[in-house]
Design a protein around this ligand. Structure first.
Ligand code: FMN
Length: 311
């Protein structure tokens, strides 16, 4: 298998690295392939539970599909101990360019499982995880974090992760308790960039290329990651203000070509059409319940030519 480019080399090139965020359900292979057409340099898989991934072939096959075009890609794991993480990382390593540890998921079930944002209060556990991955797997290991209410704790956390060998750090500039409607703290991201000796990626509230440029300039980071913005407009990093029609066609071709479940297919299209459909149409569209019904709607009202798209 040809060797894959390290994401660290991307950061060393000195340009802003445009990144598609890990998104449960959504940042799967068809979407990753889609956004790579629109100036995305690096993609993440959705968060995958390390203990499930390492124990079940079925889970591995359903949680993670990839191919030779899916490069560079980082697999993101949620784990609460180094052993599960290393076993999952060893299985994934031949197919990915890096392993990321989720320290940001704020959902109740995740906190109960001691994964995700729970780890922001467990810097020693994260240090052990990074250290163990680096000792067993020869590809970069990164952490995706949130900020603490007291940035001194973020400083300590980052320093421990770095000392254990973390190759880069992504900072979602909100605390665990902040809602996504609250503005992201760019000063905190800049603080992390200033104190870190490894590359830093900024995450939060990037909905356009102008905002990506702005975050990059204001924080001095190495890369900018978008989640909700790129769901709504996969061509965000190419400078399109709204999802271009050809992007929708490309998504349909990729999703149907690879095979997708109806929920994910429908929701991707709901996001992409969010700001272009009228309220009345959106109400109808969002209630459709099968792939044929969705395609019929787009053929009728948007002149989609499924036969041409799939040819
Ligand atoms: C639908 C959805 C799924 C997400 N899934 C993940 C995930 O699997 N792993 C993760 O670290 N963050 C996940 N997040 C959080 C995003 O990666 C990102 O940190 C957050 O949405 C802030 O970025 P944004 O303002 O660009 O949306 C998810 C966010 C959304 C909207």
């Amino acid at each position: 298998m040809p060797s894959r480019k390290s994401p660290v080399e991307l950061f060393e090139e000195g340009q802003r690295v445009n990144i598609c965020a890990p998104m449960v359900r959504y940042s799967k292979l068809p979407f990753r392939e889609l956004v790579r057409n629109y100036n995305v340099d690096l993609c993440y898989t959705p968060m995958i539970l390390a203990d499930v991934f390492k124990s079940s072939t079925y889970a591995r096959d359903s949680d993670f599909t990839t191919n030779e075009r899916d490069d560079p890609v980082i697999i993101q794991f949620a784990a609460n101990n180094a052993k599960d993480l290393v076993e999952a990382a060893e299985l994934a390593a031949p197919y990915v360019n890096g392993i990321d540890i989720n320290c940001g998921c704020p959902q109740k079930w995740a906190l109960q499982e001691h994964i995700g944002a729970f780890l922001m209060t467990e810097p020693e556990t994260v240090r052990d995880m990074v250290h163990s991955v680096k000792a067993h797997v020869d590809i970069p290991c990164s952490v995706k974090i949130r900020i603490h209410p007291d940035l001194k704790e973020t400083y300590e956390f980052v320093k421990r992760a770095e000392a254990a060998g973390a190759d880069f750090i992504t900072v979602h500039g909100r605390t665990r308790k902040q809602k996504s409607s609250e503005p992201v703290n760019l000063d905190a991201i800049r603080f992390v960039k200033e104190v870190a000796s490894v590359p830093v990626v900024a995450n939060g509230d990037v909905f356009s290329l102008t905002e990506a440029e702005d975050v990059f300039d204001k924080t001095g980071v190495n890369g900018v990651m978008a989640a909700r913005g790129i769901l709504q407009n996969p061509a965000l990093f190419a400078g399109d203000k709204h999802t271009p029609w050809e992007c929708i066609e490309r998504y349909i071709k990729l999703a149907l070509g690879y095979g997708t479940n109806t929920f994910i297919f429908h929701h991707h299209l709901m996001y992409m059409f969010e700001d272009v459909m009228s309220n009345a149409e959106r109400k109808t569209f969002n209630c459709l319940s099968s792939v044929p019904a969705i395609l019929d709607h787009l053929e009728k009202y948007w002149d989609l030519d499924v036969a041409r798209v799939m040819a």
